[in-house]
Design a protein around this ligand. Sequence first.
Ligand code: T4K
Length: 393
Amino acid sequence: MAHKIIRNKADLAINGAPPAFEQPLHVGRPNIGDRDAFLQRVNQILDSQWLTNNGPMVQEFEQRIATHLGVKHCVAMCNGTIALEIAIRALGLGGEVIVPSWTFVATAHALYWQGITPVFADIDPTTHNLDPEAVRRMITPRTTGIIGVHLWGRAAPIDELQAIADEHGLKLMFDAAHAFGSTYKGQTIGRFGACEVLSFHATKSFNTFEGGAVVTNNDELAEAVRLMRNFGFHGYDNVIHPGTNGKMIELCAAMGLTNLDALDDVIAINMRNHAAYAEAFADTPGISVLKYDPTERNSHHYVVLEIGEGCVSTRDQIISSLQAENILARKYFWPGCHRMKPYRDLFPHADLVLGETSALAARIIVLPTGAALDSDQVSIISAVIRIVAGAGT
Ligand code: T4K
């Protein structure tokens, strides 16, 4: 595709020029591994006539994920939300559970859907993750647990949250939907808290179409989660636990096995794109690119811009200018769960204790990246933003 050159304001679509891209550039374009290898696995599934219910592909997938993360158990699920719900139930959480509001709404829904009140604690604006002191402030006699979220794949303050949980007799688990392959103090995410929950949704750096998993080193918990995933069945005709249907299908496991082989390449591309964006905005007043700690592993799957004071345009003006060019940037996780209808109704005054969350929600833009994006496209996206932000090219 020929690329439009953007040198100044006259070249922008908001000023009447044609859009930079004919086809939309999305955040969350799936990374897809070797197509032939995937199709070979699909044929294997069709030949075997075993499509779901803990089939051989799912078992192989679980083993490879467990090995990849260095964790004892991986229980694969149909998606990350059901995996969260099952983990929450298996841990026996109830009453109130403390979570960040600054997360995808599934974290809160997984609790509320089960009659548990999600209590939102504020974040540290530099890490975008839970602020341990804010968590302490939200503990009440009804609190039974804490769900930390490793937002953008950057680990939550695991040690501090574990200390609070231990001090107050609370259960601690993690929503690791963004953190497949990330590390905390050099150790791979998956082993922390009572368990951690992964998402393998199409939009994640590593995907199985739809999918998720509960990973843990706790044998008993893994067993409970396995039972709940399959209606509580223990062998044929013998139900020993209430349960639901959280099973991953063979086709999804086939996609996962294929994409696992391509993961290093995807991460290399993400790192290249992230570095190019960081360089493009290095001297743009009021714009910063969220950094990843070079001493930890991270898929660099999220390119997160913060639009602050000193930028001549607002966040929403930049988003609109990008949309006019067919660049579909996102405001994840605007406006924060606490301002979404179900939780706004529940906590009409939550803004009073979530000042950092509300302020951050107004500053964020998430940009396209991943294997679908080439370096020229990154340059054009950066040029549009720099001009709209008053920094020229
Ligand atoms: N916890 C956290 C912290 C999470 O971020 C998530 C999911 C979960 C829990 C729950 O896990 P899952 O139950 O989903 O496994 C998307 C994803 O659906 C969701 O998985 C993800 N987080 C969230 C951050 O993003 P939406 O509502 O933004 O999806 P949508 O349809 O607007 O698509 C996002 C972008 O991706 C668009 O620009 C289009 C593009 N896209 C999407 C799909 C599905 C493609 O290009 N191809 C595709 O196949 O939620």
